[in-house]
Ligand binder design. Structure first.
Ligand code: B12
Length: 463
């Protein structure tokens, strides 16, 4: 069979921090499926409309259709509208072509998307097993995780499989089909180029109410340190990659594996700089020092807020007294901190948001990403907000963490959006911050990045 996978483009609001720091990351899920299918003797293509900045007509122009083609489109919530526009255009140009969807948003709205005729098939959740079964033309009713439509137009939801793939059995994503020179890490998170995003695990030990964590089951699965190392070396040798951003939900969830990977990077003189995401309850001074020695120069911690009652309400399962220790240990290890914060969490009042902004400013971190609390479908937060009538609207493209889509009794959407701008202005445009950053800069590249961030913040604030 012939599969064409599409990663839709995404229009970022100019008033959003993402329009400033946005990364372009390979669509890893699509590239993995492509490798697997190719290994099984099928033909594949990937159109990364995001990396190539293609609109719908650009996607149509790039689309190659054979007799046995299935078009597969991925979508998160904010880019579902763009994904739907693409399916409409494909349908009208090629009526009768099978359209398959997958990824977070279709996993939740599978039934509705098929009922509305947007697509014919959805693979919910992890898709590696199901896509091979589909390609091998197994009867649709036997394919796990598949939602499909019978000839009587009845929508059928096959059972969800409890078997998950062993990540160590997966091939390297099909980078050869991607525009590799277009990828780069988020501005301010890489200190060398070319840089690229990678995922080395599935699942998260946390069960925060605002995060959609059930996509890949509840257990954390990891790729072995040896395979991660080989993957990095492949990126270095074939594509000249010098920096990796690990986008795992909690890269440090399995400490033993982090140690093994760090030891490999050190003993093999890998010369790769890298950054990752971590929870404050998964690090200690020793692992941080080892990570630094292995090339880690930045960690993003999800602090969210300093208010313990609010942390408890979102099931973060950490208390803020740990923050100062972790910040100190990370600083001692000479690793930069990118702090992630949330504004407008249910239960929070204006003074709570004020405390979060003051906390972010007080801890001498190199970078802050301050998001507006967004109830993504499939999360406990979404269900709670829906049940209580707090969802303002479901214009999905505005579910981008830069627009307030909750109207809460304790705090208005307008107040939250005002605090969002205030937070960026106060954090980045402090003379002390600018001065400290300039002092810590050692290369021309770092200086240019810093200037670009500041320029971006100013232009975002006036939009
Ligand atoms: C890396 C990452 C990014 C990267 C880019 C990702 C990219 N190019 O694909 C960056 C940093 C740019 C990013 C941005 C954003 N992200 Co993000 N991101 C992730 C992250 C951490 C990993 C994604 C990934 O590669 N996973 C590994 C691969 C293997 O999994 P996968 O893509 O889901 O694919 C598998 C299945 O879903 C399925 N599948 C996927 N697509 C398709 C298509 C077909 C046809 C089929 C059959 C199957 C299929 O098969 C794959 C193999 O099993 C996830 C969390 C997570 N752990 O998954 C969040 C996550 C996807 N992001 C999220 C969010 C909220 C955002 C942002 C809105 C943040 C922001 N404010 O900007 C933006 C918006 C992105 C957009 N385009 O709309 C949410 C999405 C929630 C939602 N309901 O949409 C997630 C789930 C985090 C969370 N837990 O809340 N993100």
């Amino acid at each position: 069979m012939h599969f064409v996978f599409i990663n839709p483009n995404r229009a970022l609001a100019k008033s959003s921090i993402w329009s400033v720091v946005n990364s372009i990351t390979p669509p890893i899920g699509l590239a993995l499926m492509s490798s697997l299918l190719q290994r099984a003797g099928h033909q594949t293509e990937i159109i990364d409309a995001m990396a190539l900045n293609l609109d719908v007509s650009g996607v149509l122009a790039a689309l190659n259709v054979h007799e046995d083609t299935i078009v597969g489109i991925t979508a998160t919530t904010p880019d579902i509208d763009m994904a739907i526009d693409i399916t409409r255009a494909v349908r009208s140009r090629y009526p009768g072509l099978q359209i398959l969807m997958g990824g977070v948003h279709p996993t939740i709205f599978h039934d509705e998307l098929i009922q509305r005729g947007v697509c014919d098939l959805v693979i919910r959740g992890e898709a590696e097993g199901s896509i091979l079964a589909l390609a091998n033309q197994e009867p649709l009713e036997n394919i796990p995780n598949l939602t499909w439509r019978t000839s009587d137009l009845e929508v059928v939801q096959n059972p969800q499989s409890s078997d998950f793939v062993d990540l160590n059995d997966l091939p390297i994503p099909d980078y050869a089909k991607l525009p590799m020179s277009r990828y780069h890490s988020a501005l301010g998170s890489a200190k060398r180029t070319p840089s690229i995003g990678m995922i080395t695990s599935r699942g998260c030990p946390g069960k925060c109410t605002f995060c959609f964590s059930s996509m890949f089951g509840s257990r954390v699965r990891v790729t072995s340190a040896k395979l991660v190392f080989e993957h990095i070396m492949h990126l270095k040798i074939v594509y000249g990659i010098k920096e990796v951003s690990f986008y795992d939900d909690t890269f440090t969830a399995n400490r033993r594996r982090v140690e093994q990977l760090c030891n490999l990077l050190i003993s093999e003189n890998a010369d790769i700089s890298w950054s990752c995401f971590a929870r404050v309850d998964t690090v200690n001074p020793d692992i941080l020092k080892l990570m630094r020695a292995a090339g880690c120069h930045q960690i993003m911690y999800g602090f969210e807020t300093i208010d313990d009652d609010v942390l408890r309400a979102v099931n973060k399962k950490v208390t803020s007294d740990r923050y100062r220790d972790v910040i100190e240990w990370t600083r001692d290890a000479k690793i930069d901190i990118r702090g992630a914060f949330m504004l407008g969490i249910p239960g929070e009042r204006s003074d709570g948001m004020r405390k979060t902004i003051d906390f972010a400013k007080s801890i001498d971190i190199q970078c802050a990403i301050i998001n507006i609390t967004t109830p993504f479908p499939g999360t406990a937060l979404f269900q709670w907000a829906k049940d209580n009538g707090y969802i303002k609207h479901t214009h999905w493209s505005l579910y981008d963490m830069a627009h307030a889509v909750l109207e809460l009794p304790t705090i208005s959407a307008k107040e939250v959006e005002a605090a969002y701008k205030k937070a960026y202005r106060e954090f980045y445009l402090r003379p002390m911050y600018v001065l400290n950053r300039l002092r810590s800069i050692s290369t021309k590249e770092e200086f240019l990045i810093h200037l670009q961030v500041l320029k971006g913040i100013v232009s975002m604030l006036i939009k």
